[in-house]
Design a protein around this ligand. Structure first.
Ligand SMILES: [Zn+2]
Length: 272
């Protein structure tokens, strides 16, 4: 058995949480990440029969039964994950009944997974229906994206099209668009269900006046998606009160898609 602290998935989580903290996206205990792991790989570091604790989760995640995740802990600070990974995150398997999880490592000192676990697990279930290779769900509070939810219409198409026009490559990074939800109470099953509905169609979902969820096949992809959206939102906030002399037209956005062999969200570009 290899040392779990040397496992690539533990090291990657340490690196990404530190990076996200430095980006200013995860103040205090803000933000959470979950990553679905390959059981074969985990078994090189942990005895999969050695369940440390069984925790009820209060909702049905049976579609993910048997799947193993590494997840940041509730109330924990991204700033501290690197210093004490075993306290600030943990690895669990969804129990066969679907409404319990079996802790295999971490969450030491009585810790538990993120309070946004319903949204994470329901998002994993939904994304895997569209892309069986999806492994990561990442949530954070990037300032410009949040600021934009105060001043922009919270409509998937309108919000996406504004972002597409801010950086030429936005439509390349998220041609399917992004989903936007109005403000809701966080940490609930309701917001988890609403987010999962959207994340079926989009890899990114914004919560009004709260933050963003990004999905991806690996941490780089989910992080890069959020990074691109946040950069586009920053440009929007910088120019929103300035007279615009030129922008990117829908025809030009389509030309980018043609050049990159991508299909933008059907019906969103006005090409008449
Ligand atoms: Zn949050």
């Amino acid at each position: 058995m290899y040392n779990i602290f040397e496992a690539p998935f533990v090291k990657e989580m340490c690196e990404i949480t530190a990076q996200m903290y430095r980006m200013g996206w995860d103040e205090r205990n803000g933000g959470n990440i979950s990553c679905r792991l390959d059981p074969q790989l985990v078994s090189q570091y942990l005895d999969l029969n050695d369940v440390k604790r069984v925790l009820p989760i209060g909702f049905d995640a049976s579609e993910a039964k048997g799947q193993i995740f590494i997840v940041t802990g509730t109330g924990r600070y991204f700033r501290n994950v690197e210093k004490a990974p075993q306290d600030n995150m943990g690895i669990f398997r969804v129990a066969p009944c679907g409404n319990e999880i079996e802790v295999l490592w971490g969450f030491e000192g009585g810790g538990r997974p993120t309070s946004e676990l319903p949204t994470h697990l329901l998002n994993h279930i939904e994304r895997q229906k569209v892309d069986p290779e999806n492994r990561v769900i990442l949530h954070c509070h990037p300032a410009n994206t949040l600021a934009m939810t105060f001043v922009h219409e919270l409509d998937d198409k309108a919000f996406t099209k504004t972002l597409w026009r801010m950086i030429t490559e936005c439509i390349v990074v998220f041609p399917e668009g992004i989903g936007v939800l109005p403000w809701m109470v966080c940490g609930t099953l309701e917001i988890g269900i609403a987010t999962a509905k959207k994340i079926h169609d989009y890899r990114a979902v914004i919560w009004g006046q709260h933050g963003i969820f990004g999905a991806g096949r690996d941490l780089d992809e989910a992080f890069g998606l959020v990074e691109t959206i946040e950069k586009a939102a920053e440009i929007y906030i910088k120019i929103m009160n300035t007279p615009i002399k030129q922008s990117i037209t829908d025809k030009e956005l389509m030309a980018v898609c043609e050049s990159f062999h991508l299909t933008p969200h059907e019906g969103w570009l006005d090409l008449e």
